[in-house]
Design a protein around this ligand. Structure first.
Ligand code: SF4
Ligand code: SF4
Length: 419
């Protein structure tokens, strides 16, 4: 059975009773006011696609695009697997009409690690040609280049995280050993997050292996319905990580974590030789916050003071996606000296949503503005979060609005505090 195929989802589609509970929680609907943005509207369209009453058009394919934030899943009293229906509908659109050019380009780059590496390194070296410095320290485009000229990006790291690290960081008398799946953004954009994850794990007495053959987790492809390539990438990672002699796999991003814990299992559930391995890999994959709270806990006695007023933004795929909601707050609560002020809506999507912020920049930024107002209301100096894509989005808004706040990954906060 192909898990992301509309033909196996007829009953799930019928289970939507059109109550509209998903409307109030949908950040996309809040900005557009369009019923077709709401889950029940998209589910109705998926039903017509399944029945053959609607065929691919670029406009129809666009109707299935959204933040994939799961706020509708969480609000649905019928337990409709909305995210699965959306991904299946996107996959149907790609099968019928092909992926749009920008997404094809993304898929080609993400499935080819050498090409992605070359692209990022070239961009880091030649950034002055295409970008100019922004007063925040980030970079803003010189020419449209398919990007909005108001955009502010973090400066690309001249050296990738993985290039700057040894493949194995062992500690004497280790309590365990893990493989670290770094994810693209920690590798290319936020190496400080990668370094913090390794430092925290080592200080918890855990040896860390960073397999050099790892690549993008494939989530941007699966989320955009490019399932065949996503499945190839899933098989490659299941082979790589299942073959390692490690106790666990640690990730530092909810979206990557969902790939290992859910999507690989779903994509490979009917693939001989892979289904069982994917389930076993899923069972030993943990987000860093979960790992150092529940599996090999950090020693509270080793925490030193960090004097800072902070708040916490919960990434959709970490919180609603993986259920890691308590652990990041417990880490923040354990660090002495912090003044923690919660957001009014910590789990409201920041609007990044991967490629969505490239293809729907204005909607994405308008969604972000609600988050920025919430952050500003706390008076915090720094926002803690557990996802590098959310971090990029928050940093961009903070830069554009001149809010002068820092954004840190939860692992970076813990690394600052652990002696
Ligand atoms: S909340 Fe669930 S059942 Fe109600 S309209 Fe939305 S998807 Fe359908
Ligand atoms: S996933 Fe998020 S943006 Fe998409 S329909 Fe559901 S609530 Fe709206």
């Amino acid at each position: 059975m192909n898990y992301y195929d509309l033909s196996v989802l007829a009953d799930e589609i019928e289970s939507c009773m059109r109550c509209g509970n998903c409307q109030a929680t949908c950040p996309y609907y809040q900005e557009t006011g369009s019923e077709s943005s709401v889950a029940r509207g998209r589910i109705a369209l998926a039903k017509y696609v399944l029945q053959g009453k609607l065929k691919y058009t670029p406009v129809l394919a666009e109707r299935f695009e959204c933040l994939t934030c799961y706020a509708c899943n969480a609000a649905c009293p019928c337990g409709v697997p909305i995210d699965r229906i959306f991904l299946a509908a996107r996959a149907a659109m790609v099968r019928e009409g092909g992926a749009p050019f920008l997404k094809k380009l993304m898929a080609t780059a993400l499935k080819n690690q050498g090409l992605l590496d070359l692209g990022f390194k070239t961009a880091a070296r030649a950034k002055g040609l295409f970008f100019k410095p922004h007063s925040s320290g980030g970079l803003t485009p010189r020419f449209p280049l398919g990007l909005d000229l108001r955009r502010v990006f973090p400066p690309l790291s001249p050296q990738t995280f993985r290039d700057g690290m040894k493949e194995a960081m062992t500690v004497p008398g280790a309590k365990g050993n893990v493989a670290f799946f770094t994810g693209c953004l920690a590798n290319y954009v936020y190496p400080s997050t990668g370094r913090a994850v390794v430092e925290v794990l080592n200080k918890c007495g855990v040896s860390v292996l960073i397999p050099g053959e790892q690549h993008c987790c494939g989530a941007p492809l699966a989320i955009n319905g490019i399932m065949e390539t996503a499945e190839q990438m899933a098989r490659s990672h299941v082979d790589l990580f299942s073959g390692l002699e490690v106790d666990a796999v640690v990730v530092a991003c909810g979206t990557c974590g969902e790939s290992f814990k859910k999507k690989y299992v779903n994509l490979l559930n009917g693939t001989p030789g892979y289904a069982k391995k994917a389930r076993e890999l899923a069972a030993k994959t943990y987000d860093i916050a979960e790992f150092v709270r529940n599996i090999v806990p950090f020693d509270r006695q080793l925490l030193k003071e960090v004097v800072m007023k902070v708040t916490y933004h919960e990434p959709c795929h970490l919180g609603r996606g993986l259920g890691v909601t308590r652990e990041p707050l417990e880490i923040i609560g354990a660090v002495p000296g912090l003044d923690f002020v919660p957001l009014q809506k910590p789990d409201w999507c920041c609007g990044n949503a991967g490629t969505f912020n490239l293809t729907h920049y204005d909607v994405s930024y308008n969604i972000l503005k609600h988050k920025l107002a919430d952050i500003a209301g706390t008076g915090a100096e720094a926002v803690i979060t557990g996802c590098s894509a959310c971090r990029m989005q928050l940093e961009e808004g903070i830069a554009r609005e001149g809010l002068g706040k820092k954004v840190l990954h939860t692992a970076e906060l813990l690394a600052m505090s652990l002696k």
